[in-house]
Write a new protein. Structure first.
Length: 176
């Protein structure tokens, strides 16, 4: 695995390190030792899958509050998404900043979102499937979110939002 740091501490883009031959290629998607070596929570307690039939579907921006903050590893297994992490850690030098990356079935890249960051994505194609690995169990009573278009963050989405849950659409303005 190739770990590429972003401008937000703890958010990194992971590329497969491919070992190729006439059969195709092989690459690791998960390695507890490698994750720990890069300072990433290497617990893996839950894996989820979302399917989105329509392009322009927005899911997010979600996070869990203490003591249930989570590390997420996100990968698009079918189709394409624009994946975003927003830094909500008040003591961070990148507080309220965001990073985004196109994740596709073809590029096979993954985004690591650390605790204290909100996460969301916009589907870029129809029939998109996204796999998540999490370091802690989902705790609905500690679930929270920020609005996808809140001016406090200025996220530049690469397309129009056509499908979004009421909950995600109606998060209040962020209060720094």
């Amino acid at each position: 695995m190739i770990f590429k740091k972003t401008r937000i501490q703890g958010v990194c883009l992971l590329e497969l390190e491919r070992i190729a031959d006439e059969r195709g290629f092989f690459g690791r998607l998960w390695c507890q030792t490698e994750f720990a070596k890069h300072g990433i929570d290497s617990r893996l307690v839950q894996c989820n899958l979302s399917f989105n039939p329509h392009p322009g579907t927005l899911r997010g921006m979600h996070h869990q509050l203490p003591p249930h903050e989570e590390t997420k590893v996100v990968r698009c297994t079918m189709g394409a998404i624009f994946d975003v992490a927003v830094d909500l850690r008040r003591d961070s030098p990148t507080f309220r900043q965001w990073v985004g990356a196109p994740l596709t079935a073809e590029n096979r890249e993954m985004l690591v979102i650390p605790p204290g960051c909100a996460h969301g994505y916009l589907t870029l194609t129809a029939n998109t499937e996204v796999a998540y690995q999490m370091s802690v169990y989902y705790a609905p009573q500690h679930g929270a979110g920020v609005r996808w278009n809140d001016p406090a963050f200025g996220i530049q989405w690469p397309g129009d939002v056509k499908v979004i849950a009421d909950r995600d659409r109606n998060y209040p303005d962020f209060k720094p």
